[in-house]
Design a protein around this ligand. Structure first.
Ligand SMILES: N[C@@H](CCC(=O)N[C@@H](CS)C(=O)NCC(=O)O)C(=O)O
Length: 267
């Protein structure tokens, strides 16, 4: 059986779990405790030298990068094919998969400049924080984490990632004005790849980012959340209490984010 090294609430883990559930493929979870730093264990680094989840192990094949894993999983069986067969839709899908790298970075910024920062500052000493950052194998990621913890929502990353978010919402709105799903009338790999990121923003109480300007994003999110794959990939990993606590913790950040977002949109 496929083995998925992943994190219960990690967005790119959710993304792959949604894909597996949409395909109707069973998998075995190996859940890593990310706040504890299990992704930096030397044994795990042999599977994923980037020190991140998810990693898929299919016998002797090791696949990293959530978008690549999604394509791999889709190719495993011809049942519930997610990659569109239409050439233009296929190209659009691949562009969404590439864009996920930037989208992930933006979602990481919104999460770590707000609730994760609060959690880290409340539970770790400065020495412990530095020690966990020092274990991150990619210097660029470590520098960003340090910056988000030092500066929170004042970090330079928040403003620069607004650009990614605005383009994502605008392009989603345009696509969803044409068809029910991002690349056509059937759910596809692009929908599966993006849903966890938008869902995370909603969990952070940031739905105000799309409600007025790009309302199709919210309708699409609801449609994705109503699918059985969402319950299989997300709800069974995160309790209602945990979700409510995250939303409550995020609430205090929204006024500042809203103000900066509106200023950014006026530019
Ligand atoms: N581009 C990678 C990003 C993976 C990634 O950053 N994963 C996060 C969780 S969503 C992680 O493992 N973070 C661990 C850490 O920050 O130390 C992918 O899509 O697989």
């Amino acid at each position: 059986m496929l083995k998925l090294y992943n994190g219960s609430t990690s967005v790119c883990s959710v993304k792959v779990r949604v894909g597996l559930a949409e395909k109707g493929i069973e998998w075995e979870d190996v859940l890593l405790n990310l706040p504890k730093g299990e992704q930096h264990d030397p044994e795990y680094l042999k599977l994923n030298p980037n020190g991140v989840v998810p990693t898929l192990v299919d016998d002797d094949v090791i696949v990293i990068e959530s978008s690549v894993i999604l394509e791999y999983v889709d190719a495993l069986s011809s049942k519930n094919t997610l990659m569109p067969s239409d050439k233009a839709a296929m190209a659009e899908t691949k562009v969404w998969l590439v864009r996920c790298l930037d989208i992930h970075a933006a979602i990481n910024t919104m999460t770590f400049s707000t609730v994760m920062r609060d959690k880290i500052l409340a539970n770790k000493t400065p020495e412990e924080i530095e020690a966990s950052i020092a274990k991150m194998p990619i210097p660029k990621m470590a520098a960003k984490r340090r910056d988000l913890i030092e500066n929170g929502t004042d970090s330079q990353h928040v403003l620069s990632d607004f650009f990614t978010l605005r383009r994502m919402f605008d392009d989603m709105q345009a696509a969803l004005e044409k068809s029910k799903w991002l690349t056509g009338d059937q759910i596809g790999l692009a929908d599966v790849a993006v849903v966890a990121y938008v869902d995370r923003l909603e969990r952070l109480g940031m739905e105000g980012l799309w409600q007025e300007r790009t309302p199709k994003v919210g309708q699409w999110l609801k449609a994705m959340q109503a699918r059985p794959s969402y319950a299989r990939a997300l709800e069974r990993y995160v309790s209602a209490e945990e979700s409510a606590a995250t939303r409550a913790a995020a609430q205090k950040h929204w006024p500042k984010i809203k103000q900066s977002w509106e200023a950014f949109l006026r530019q």
